[in-house]
Ligand binder design. Sequence first.
Ligand code: NDP
Length: 283
Amino acid sequence: MANELSFKQELTAVFGQPVAENPTQAMVEAAYHHHGLDWRYLTVEVSPADLGVAVAGARAMGFRGFNLTIPHKLAVMKHLDRIGDSARIIGAVNTVVRDGDKLVGENTDGKGFLESLKQHRDPAGTRVLILGAGGAARAIGVELALAGAHAVTIVNRSQDRGKELVAHLRAQTGTKAGYVPWSDAISVPGDSDIVINATSIGLYPDASSPPVDFESLKPEMLIADVIPNPPQTLFLDRAAERGCQTIDGLGMLVNQGRIGIRYWTGVDPDAAVMRESLEALFG
Ligand code: NDP
């Protein structure tokens, strides 16, 4: 009987040291499995010095795309052919998508948050208060501004970073943006519609909440956290006690994964399956 297997021009990847359990990998592969997609999502460690050759390798090996984490989000841009609009404004790429023979850089951090938020409220015309001025706050601030938020207020511990983000939002999106220093428990202005914790406070094993005067929260405010682990943070618990609707960071992570899978495969994956895989990991 003829054997149709052929081994031409192939190179088989063998990873002897898989990177420790990676939530994104678990979530993406759960979606592939659920939808019968014969795809793989592998996590490999790349040193900053090797980033250029790693991207060239991904090109040569026909990768349909890849994700990047810190410290590669900025440095990767010079190795790509095109940068999507919001990734260019944010100044960071966390997702690369092959379009024909071109590699396109996108940023799904803020887009994932936006998809999660839009299930509850349209951000157009809203006043948003963001706690934090790091990468997550920047991506979320840019996407909210592009989605038509009326005003974005940044509250951050280090003034330089907070003011720099405000200047960036004003210059790049034309939105009304302002900086408020964060010394003590912050009192949330009564006209705020959406309040977001975009700091790393509350990420496991830290069980604390960002210092906020919870008495200043009104039940009509929507409160969101970027922390995916644990999904139910102290910040969200305290906000719920004030009667506020809350959105957890797991939704943001799931939606980022969904957007990536849509970019790469064209399939819109089942969010519930992806969320279950993360809940199993985070317990
Ligand atoms: P960065 O390190 O870029 O920024 C951290 C931010 O948190 C800064 O604004 C920093 O303030 C602030 N911060 C940290 N500790 C304190 C503290 N003790 N008191 C006051 N402010 C503090 O991190 P990222 O923006 O990349 O990530 C932030 C969080 O977002 C992480 O926990 C990450 O897990 C989460 N995340 C979640 C995603 C999701 O899909 N759910 C996606 C991306 C991120 P300062 O500038 O003063 O240092």
